[in-house]
Design a protein around this ligand. Structure first.
Ligand SMILES: O=P(O)(O)O[C@H]1O[C@H](CO)[C@@H](O)[C@H]1O
Ligand SMILES: O=c1cc[nH]c(=O)[nH]1
Length: 289
């Protein structure tokens, strides 16, 4: 077999597209915007000067087009880091594996990947309507238990400080990855910044109490009291940490931009979420064009 990836490891459909994303290698631009909600794909591509292709399968909807001279792909991931596993491995395969030979290419491509997502703030000075760039993603889900994940000298002390802050919570295995510094300084400078916690759910895993009883009391307080030097946790969502960690493992650059729809400390949810999301989209596209 040599270095050939087997048909069970890398699944290519009969029309030459990658298994879940339904894309051919040439369908993908090297600047990729990811969103959770498939309806948000057209909210982004409506700003393109030209749309070259629209494809989709399941929750993975893709539009590729041009903003001025810049070719951009926007793709929906659906909800959660289990979907990020699929999207990121398949995006990487589209650029870094030769689909004819099934071998890893000698020259690897590093994609620029920007998430435009929605999120809830956990600090009282971050109201609804804030646009926030995640300087780090702190994952409380299990995705990175399955990959080799190395920490940089900047990341390790922050993760260790959080592990000690949350040491009384049993059964969680947090991981932490920094944003790509180049994308953060290019796109995130006029935004709020902070550590984004990625949760493995929306309700109790983000400290929401509806009917089922929460096992971790005062979850929001646990997160919003964490400090390490100048760093604090600012917001909660469901993909950023997986995106940062897998992008790093695969050699891609990633940044997550969050439209803050909820203030968890003020117990409020935005009455006009589309307006907040549109503001985040425009801020990102302005910097990319
Ligand atoms: O609006 P998106 O990008 O889906 O992001 C957030 O919204 C979803 C939950 O409502 C989760 O995916 C969370 O991360
Ligand atoms: O509070 C929120 C708002 C949006 N998305 C989330 O995951 N959490």
């Amino acid at each position: 077999m040599g270095n050939k990836l087997s048909e069970a490891d890398l699944i290519i459909n009969r029309d030459g597209t990658i298994y879940h994303l339904n894309l051919l290698p040439e369908d993908l631009a090297h600047t990729v915007i990811t969103v959770g909600d498939p309806d948000r794909v057209s909210e982004i591509s409506k700003h393109f000067d030209r749309i070259e292709l629209k494809k989709g399968k399941r929750e993975f909807l893709t539009h590729t087009g041009y903003l001025g001279q810049k070719r951009i792909t926007v793709i929906s991931t659906g909800i959660g880091t289990d979907n990020i596993d699929i999207v990121f491995n398949e995006l990487d395969a589209l650029v870094n594996i030769d689909f004819e030979t099934r071998e890893i290419k000698k020259e690897l491509i590093s994609l620029d990947i920007i998430r435009v997502g929605t999120s809830g703030a956990i600090q009282s000075d971050l109201p609804m309507g804030t646009i926030l760039a995640s300087s780090f993603g702190l994952g409380l889900d299990a995705l990175m238990k399955y990959y080799v994940h190395e920490l940089s000298v900047d990341e390790r002390p922050i993760l260790e400080a959080f592990q000690s802050h949350a040491s009384h919570i049993k059964g969680i295995h947090p991981y932490l990855t920094a944003a790509d510094p180049g994308l953060l300084s290019r796109i995130g400078t006029e935004m709020e910044q902070g550590i984004t916690v990625t949760a493995p759910g929306f309700y109790a895993p983000q400290g929401r109490q509806v009917r089922a009883k929460n096992a971790i009391p005062n979850f929001i307080e646990l997160l919003n009291t964490f400090r390490h030097g100048k760093y604090r946790i600012t917001n909660l969502e469901m993909e950023t940490a997986g995106i940062y960690a897998l992008a790093k493992a695969l050699g891609h650059k990633a940044l997550s931009v969050n439209a803050i729809l909820a203030s968890r400390v003020n117990f409020e949810f935005s009455k006009n979420p589309d307006k907040v999301v549109e503001k985040a989209i425009k801020m990102v596209l302005d910097k990319l064009s």
